[in-house]
Design a protein around this ligand. Structure first.
Ligand SMILES: [Fe+2]
Length: 368
């Protein structure tokens, strides 16, 4: 077994557990449970880049969290763009971990905001990539290049499926938009390890990923315009790894994108419950929450953090999603990135005390 094969098996809590090897890659996984769910005492979730930067967004102490905003100041102003990036600092006793989740669209914005917010990306203990859209992986190749040889030894990027590294296309009435492809080999050549974790996986001893997400709801659908470019059948970009029902495809053909490898990131806050970050939510925010609950055996949800990818959704889907939010009963909903004003309005109407408005430069202190 070579190194790549080991890494595709999943790394859990300092050990490795086998899930069946390459022959099984691309099959729909069972919702495995995490053996020992890590708990953290404190979490500082910094939204490094988001779609908007609102210097007037409300800050302050809510019931059990503190929301800090970044005003205009002496450092370079924060830049917003269509993209998402988080820095997550977690504490358990004297242990401290830093994780970078997603890498926005452009390195200009991401590095500007890292600097303004005092984030040193080279201090990261782990990197998590939610899925293979360029508004999430955009600056990762540059980070790998400028950080080569400077980051922590064995620094690992956790991805949720082979399709994270395949060419994506959006088909619009005006033509095709090539979303590009993140080059796994280039990341490895820069010294990063890449782990494709299809099952729930502990990251840096504090966080965990959802693993691939079973589609349980009947109203959450992947974007109709999303496509993946098929590779040869024996390649990492064969349709067998796309979750596609169509099993035969010639290389270069466009296949409906089900976002098989998209995963959520989560933490278990001591005495509070789960903090679940969907990033882009193409698997469905409700499906994502249900998967994390199942994987951990923990029902209590402290916060659901976006994006929820509902901006283009019909009103009926938004209403069903918010009804499910109310049933899940999180303490807070933070609808970032691609969530859409339609859904923010609905959360504001139905659960006003739970809503934290998104903005680039927001720091949410959990457990403080
Ligand atoms: Fe996105």
């Amino acid at each position: 077994m070579n190194r790549r094969q080991v890494l595709t098996l999943g790394v859990v809590a300092g050990g490795t557990f086998a899930m069946g090897g390459l022959a099984r890659l691309g099959t729909r996984p069972a919702a495995a449970q995490i053996g020992a769910v890590p708990t953290v005492d404190r979490l500082v979730l910094t939204n490094v880049v988001d779609n908007i930067y609102d210097v007037f967004a409300r800050a302050g102490r809510l019931d059990t969290i503190t929301v800090q905003r970044t005003p205009l100041g002496p450092t370079p102003p924060l830049l917003a763009e269509h993209g998402l990036a988080y820095h997550i600092e977690s504490h358990r006793g004297s242990e401290r971990r830093e994780i970078l989740l997603d890498f926005s669209l452009t390195d200009i914005n991401l590095f500007n905001n890292y600097k303004s917010l005092g984030v040193n990306p080279l201090a990261a203990d782990a990197l998590i990539l939610s899925h293979g859209h360029m508004d999430h992986y955009g600056a990762l190749p540059v980070l790998a290049r400028v950080g080569q040889g400077k980051g922590k030894p064995g620094l690992t990027v956790y991805a949720g499926g082979e399709d994270t590294f395949c060419n994506r296309v959006v088909v619009t009435p005006g033509g095709r938009i090539d979303q590009g492809r993140l080059d796994l080999a280039e990341l490895e050549a820069r010294g990063l390890r890449v782990a494709i974790v299809k099952q729930p996986t502990v990251v840096a001893g504090h966080a965990f990923t959802s693993g691939q997400i079973p589609r349980l709801t009947d109203f959450e659908r992947p974007p109709a315009a999303a496509r993946l470019v098929a590779g040869p059948m024996d390649s990492a970009c064969s349709v067998a790894h796309f979750g596609a029902t169509q099993v035969e495809a010639k290389p270069g053909e466009l296949i409906a994108d089900t976002f098989q490898g998209e995963h959520a990131t989560a933490f278990n806050m001591r005495d509070r419950g789960l903090v679940i970050i969907t990033s882009c939510g193409h698997a469905g925010v409700i499906n994502s929450v249900r998967q994390v609950q199942k994987a951990t055996g923990i029902d209590k949800v402290h916060a659901i953090v976006g994006g929820f990818h509902l901006a283009p959704a019909p009103d009926e889907v938004v209403a069903k999603t918010v009804a499910e939010f109310k049933a899940i009963n999180p303490d807070y909903v933070i609808p970032a990135h691609c969530t859409g004003l339609n859904t923010i309005f609905a959360v504001h109407r139905e659960m006003p005390a739970r809503l934290v408005m998104p903005s680039t430069g927001t720091r949410v202190l959990f457990g403080a």
